[in-house]
Design a protein around this ligand. Sequence first.
Ligand SMILES: [Zn+2]
Length: 289
Amino acid sequence: MRPTCKYCGSQAVEPLHLLSFGEILRCGNCPMVFLVPSDCRSTGSLYGLHYFASQDARFGYRDYLGAELAERRCLARDFVTIIRDGIGLEPEATVLDVGAGPGLFVSACNAAGYKAEGLDRAPEVAALAIERSAAKVHPFSIEAYLRTPPINSAARFSLVTFFDVVEHLEEPADVLRRTRQLLGKGGAVLLTTPRFDGDLYRSQGDDYVQFKRDHLWHFSQTGLQRLLADSGFSTSWICSAQDLVQVLPGLSRSFHEKYLVRRDHLFALGTADGAFVCGRRMQAVAQKQ
Ligand SMILES: [Zn+2]
């Protein structure tokens, strides 16, 4: 059967990479690049505890709660620096972290004075977050949470964060569109995702480190902006790690090592109603664009 674009339905798709677990296709009608077939089941089974201690280099983390833990904690604090000093999120603001894992970012947010909670689709991972760091992590995928009125009816967040999440979602535009109902006035979404159109991809080709079984989408800057626009968000700013470290000199050595050397990510802030007032430092980034 002729493949079609998973995003816009166009048949104008071209093969880019044939991998052992699927094929990477690019749409000629929209800016999306995606994996077929997708083997990402919408159950917790794929993202259980084994996801955080995976033997498979093409899947999950090697030792998130062991050898990588100190670095992960450091990066969680860096992301708090981004929302506090970069975005200028006020103290006591409410934050929902989607795909919270063991709750390191939720915990770091709370330590910095925010009211943060998280979602993780694997119940045992959410339980671990509560057990290890008293982080309030609900055992839900974002899709299930958006369908669960008793839990989310009172939820109105200042910021919903998706760190390395959108590339895993079957229907990212649908999820982001419905996430708007979780935002209070002036609320925003903060996204990070691997950048597809960067030097790292160009130098690695078929061996690109982000070609993984659970990465269903590969976003260029144009693709990520299109995703935000189609979901009803204005892109307040979108930038690389290089831009971030220039305006936030306090970011750690781990952040530099991970995002300037080993990985290449996009960071973007989407605002739902334009009322979100971005911090001065990120305004400087936005003005550069
Ligand atoms: Zn398309």
